[in-house]
Design a protein. Structure first.
Length: 224
């Protein structure tokens, strides 16, 4: 098999795909939590997790007797989100709770370590409109954008950093791009730490708080 075929084969299993999508919330999960999420037995979950770790999509962490897994990095997260975006049509859930969760994630959610959904796309549009991000040839943070990151988010890219400062990530609900990279991570981290957004339940959905509405309006002119 080619590397492409090997990676595609990992996503071809519904249980493994469900694990990767769940881990897009950016947190570490136990095997038991993933098993309950996907509705499979503990032995099945352990087997599929081992395959994903061996394939480089998940990374394993151990604390004492507990085994945690998370997405291996931004590249694994971007690949998972991009594949989800190519779904020809996401059916409506059959239960009210599932429908509410899907609607909440479409409005605002985390995508690994950055913000996604309608909120993420709106923030990306605002940063482009204000000249903080330039999309004329590819995508790059402008000098004004670097100043904004330092002033608004207290973030400065470390010298020699390997992670790109900004890149696009195809949003699976909006079918447009939101912003990832170090910029996206800094904005998401600040939003959570400063109480601009808060997590909703145990999934990926987040909700903009009154403080967040004010902050996003003042900083980027976004009505959240």
């Amino acid at each position: 098999m080619s590397p492409l075929a090997d990676t595609a084969a990992l996503f071809a299993d519904r249980t493994r795909a469900a694990f990767c999508q769940a881990l897009l919330d950016g947190r570490a999960w136990t095997a038991g939590e993933l098993a309950r999420h996907a509705g499979v037995t503990a032995s099945t979950a352990s087997e599929q997790i081992s395959r994903l770790v061996a394939g480089g999509l998940l990374a394993e962490e151990r604390q004492g007797r507990h085994r945690y897994v998370r997405l291996a990095g931004p590249e694994a997260a971007a690949l998972t989100e991009a594949l989800a975006a190519y779904d020809p049509g996401t059916p409506r859930p059959h239960t009210l709770a599932a429908s509410g969760r899907q609607d909440a994630e479409a409005r605002a959610r985390t995508c690994y370590d950055h913000l996604a959904g309608r909120l993420g796309v709106d923030l990306a549009d605002a940063m482009t409109a204000r000249g903080l991000v330039d999309t004329a040839s590819g995508i790059a943070v402008t000098p004004a954008g670097r100043d904004w990151l330092a002033d608004a988010l207290d973030y400065r890219q470390p010298t020699g950093a390997r992670r790109p400062l900004v890149r696009t990530c195809l949003d699976w609900t909006e079918r447009r791009s939101h912003l990832a990279g170090a910029l996206g991570a800094a904005l998401c981290t600040a939003s959570l730490e400063r109480g601009w957004v808060r997590r909703v339940g145990s999934g990926r959905a987040v909700k903009v708080t009154p403080a967040g509405s004010t902050a996003f309006g003042e900083l980027l002119g976004v009505e959240a």
